[in-house]
Design a protein around this ligand. Structure first.
Ligand code: URA
Length: 249
């Protein structure tokens, strides 16, 4: 492990005595079978008609106009009641040609105020997690399932996610990433159209949408702030992402 990775591991709260676990985790990443559609089916992750995965268009020309049109549609969106309580929409941020697309749940209070995903405490931890695998925040693209904050940070309702889903589908198609990292239960369950618990979804590689983009699930950084012992587990998920990106396209 590089000195830089060690430094960031310390930053996200993983102590050095975890090194043996990390070696084991690496081995398990190397040996982990790539979960193809059959595995997704086994996990109940079959794309349902009308689901995001089923609606997932193949990559679309990532022109400036296509991005601006989408951003304008999101800014003006009144499809669900969340538009009445939002300060502003939270579209997404980062490199539009990123290799990694990170997908979270929905804006919280900080994001609603600043108009950018993952800018609060959970966002700081997410940044450190990404840096730990050599990907500074500015190198990835970050978006959420919902573009507006649910009041009181309640869970998104399925109807809200359904109404918002075409925006995310278009972001995925525009970025056309080499890998997707779903952070947290809500994002993972929505993207994979399953109600399997996150403990069953993390630690493996799914294939997402028509393009078969590898998708890895990990714990939400807000959960990791509450349950720091799980950071070592999240690290194994991040290593999996790093290995996917290291592989030749
Ligand atoms: N949690 C999320 O899932 N997304 C954000 O943008 C902020 C917190």
């Amino acid at each position: 492990m590089s000195v830089r990775a060690e430094r960031y591991l310390a930053e996200i709260g993983i102590t050095v005595y975890k090194r043996r676990d990390l070696a084991a985790a690496r081995a398990s990443v190397r040996n982990a079978p790539t979960e193809l559609a059959a595995d997704a089916r086994a996990a109940g992750a079959l794309a349902q008609p009308g689901s995001l995965a089923a609606a997932q268009p193949l990559p679309i020309a990532p022109t400036h106009e296509a991005w601006e049109r989408l951003a304008a549609e999101v800014r003006a969106c009144t499809l669900c009641a969340l538009h009445k309580t939002r300060t502003q929409t939270v579209f997404g941020v980062g490199r539009r040609d990123a290799e990694l697309l990170v997908i979270g749940e929905a804006p919280g209070a900080d994001e609603d105020r600043q108009g950018e995903p993952f800018v609060g405490r959970a966002g700081q931890l997410l940044n450190a997690m990404l840096r730990a695998i050599g990907l500074p925040r500015g190198e990835v693209y970050i978006a959420n399932i919902l573009k507006c904050r649910p009041p009181g940070n309640r869970d998104p309702q399925p109807e809200e996610a359904s109404l918002c889903t075409s925006y995310l589908a278009r972001q995925i198609a525009l970025v056309n990433p080499r890998a997707i990292l779903a952070v947290g239960r809500i994002a993972a369950q929505w993207l994979l159209q399953t109600d399997s618990p996150i403990g069953r979804l993390r630690g493996r590689v799914f294939r997402y949408g028509e393009s078969g983009t590898p998708l890895v699930v990990t714990y939400h950084p807000a959960y990791l702030l509450r349950s720091p012992l799980q950071k070592a587990t999240a690290w194994t998920d991040l290593c999996m992402v790093r290995e996917l990106l290291r592989k030749k396209a």
